[in-house]
Design a protein around this ligand. Structure first.
Ligand code: FEO
Length: 170
């Protein structure tokens, strides 16, 4: 079972993951309003993934006899100056999440909580992918800046993404 400090930190991270879903749904709404359905679809898939991340924290707390607490979630930004600004915001947010996950891992190591360390390992790996995908799309957007045709090509590409439930590792 998580100690009190860890349980509070896990509840806080569960909130961060659910906030991520809220943020990416807000971005989906922005892209929809910009007539970029592929970008909007990519963000909807991203939001679904984030819901599963929050659920992983929920399940781990339950499975280890802890007490979940759903904390208030702030409103996300709904408007962006450009697709690149939205992805830059997303990348910044993912870096924040990575930092939080690393701090949780530091706590688990200090507490010699092996189960929490194994659980968090999945998120350490996942965050490498999360930052890489936002970073790559941001680079592409910067490359096609001012080129409407290039933007539509990226929109088509992003529209291919489908939601795949994450593995059962945690
Ligand atoms: Fe669940 Fe995008 O971090």
């Amino acid at each position: 079972m998580l100690n009190k400090k860890m349980q509070d930190a896990f509840n806080e991270q569960m909130k961060n993951e659910f906030y991520s879903a809220y943020l990416y749904m807000a971005m989906a709404g922005y892209f929809q309003s910009e007539d970029l359905p592929g970008f909007a679809s990519w963000m909807r898939v991203q939001a679904l993934e984030e819901m599963t991340h929050g659920e992983k924290f929920f399940n781990f707390s339950c499975d280890t006899g802890g007490r979940t607490e759903l904390l208030p979630i702030d409103g996300p930004p709904n408007n962006f100056k450009s697709p690149a600004e939205a992805f830059a915001h997303g990348l910044k947010h993912e870096k924040f999440v990575t930092d939080r996950i690393n701090k949780l891992m530091d706590m688990a190591i200090k507490d010699k909580d092996h189960a929490a360390q194994i659980f968090l390992q999945w998120f350490v790996t996942e965050q490498v992918e999360e930052e890489a995908s936002f970073s790559l799309i941001l680079k592409k957007l910067k490359r096609v800046e001012g080129d409407g045709r290039g933007l539509l090509m990226i929109d088509q590409e992003l529209g291919q993404r489908v939601f795949l439930p994450p593995g059962p590792a945690a």
